[in-house]
Design a protein around this ligand. Structure first.
Ligand code: NAP
Length: 307
């Protein structure tokens, strides 16, 4: 594959940045990959495992002469990081972010950036419940969607170029408006995470009563909830604080549906329950047909699979 950027700077070196570094390196998409993270511990780990070509101690040093700067920090930290990088950016550089929320990130980042750089927000719809520089792997983005949310007046060439990078690391791409993105993701990711967090919290309260039966006898459905509910607390706190309206809208609808099913159970309305579950089962089928998941039992995982 051909090189797309001479120098790429990764700000934040967690799951997404480290997967990106592996993916770009595997495909030869960047001449040099430079990285930095907030803590000395993360920077040292990144150096130890050779994650990037160069690890810098400051963001100003990392973004110097970079053609592409990728903000891979929690959504709530984007504002501070944008402020820090702004004076050190090269004219003509492109800045992108991988935040799970788009409207709030655009509002936090764009005002700080100088006029002579391009801002092209993005969001990889791929992840795991693991964090940190050791958690990344080159295959994370393969056949997953990378959503690109161009801001008004974005230069088409800058958008095309970043799209080529995401395709180069194996992703499929789509372009979307920020508000639409936030609503779609509230349905497909944010509300489901909140529901998983809640379910695990409820079970935890119960386990105090039943002395660990919840853990010992946890069935596949509950185990999948615990995997989701093990996701990074900082990242998810920031997602909910920054995608408030869309998440509340979806949770409102969820609660209404829950009451409908609750009533069907109370009234013994088996037909209603059966119809509902038939409809949801067909959604699972269409996700598999679209290649977004595997039909294998337990999502294709073996008990020792770390992902
Ligand atoms: P992560 O593994 O937790 O890593 C986050 C990185 O950001 C770390 O290197 C951390 O530095 C740095 N950081 C944290 N707070 C910071 C602050 N206040 N200032 C500067 N740097 C800070 O996170 P991730 O999973 O890669 O997520 C990164 C971004 O991708 C988030 O915006 C998230 O919404 C988005 N995203 C995540 C997923 C997912 O499934 N994980 C999927 C799609 C998009 P230290 O290690 O030094 O603390």
């Amino acid at each position: 594959m051909t090189q797309i950027y001479d120098r790429v700077a990764l700000i934040g070196l967690g799951l997404i940045a480290s997967s990106m570094a592996h993916g770009m390196r595997r495909a030869g998409l960047a001449g040099e990959i430079v990285g930095t993270a907030r803590s000395a511990e993360t920077r040292d780990t990144a150096r130890e495992i050779g994650l990037c070509d160069r690890i810098c101690d400051t963001v100003a040093e990392a973004v110097k002469d970079a053609d592409l700067v990728v903000l891979c920090v929690p959504v709530g930290a984007m504002d501070v990081v944008a402020r820090e990088i702004a004076p050190a950016l090269k004219a003509g550089a492109t800045v992108t972010d991988v935040g799970s929320v788009k409207r709030a990130v655009i509002e936090a980042v764009q005002p700080h950036l100088p006029d002579n750089v391009h801002f092209v927000p993005s969001h990889p719809v791929a992840g795991t419940e693991h964090s940190g520089p050791r958690s990344g792997f080159a295959e994370l983005f393969e056949e997953r969607w990378f959503l690109i949310v161009p801001v008004e007046g974005a230069e088409p060439e800058a958008v095309d170029r970043i799209e080529a990078l995401w395709k180069g690391i194996g992703a499929k791409t789509a372009r979307m408006d920020a508000d639409h993105h936030d609503l779609v993701l509230a349905v497909t990711s944010h509300a489901p995470h909140l529901i998983a967090y809640t379910m695990v919290g409820v079970a935890d309260d119960l386990s105090r009563v039943t002395d660990s039966e919840v853990i010992n006898y946890s069935a596949a459905g509950f185990r999948d909830f615990t995997r989701i509910a093990a996701s990074d607390p900082t990242m998810w706190r920031d997602v909910f604080l920054n995608n408030k309206e869309a998440t509340l809208e979806i949770l409102g609808r969820f609660t209404e549906e829950l009451f409908v099913l609750q009533r069907a159970i109370r009234e013994g309305n088996g037909e209603q329950l059966h119809d509902y579950f038939t409809r949801t089962r067909s959604i699972r089928r269409s996700i598999i047909e679209a290649g977004q998941d595997t039909a294998a039992a337990n999502f294709g995982r073996t008990p020792t699979d770390p992902k």
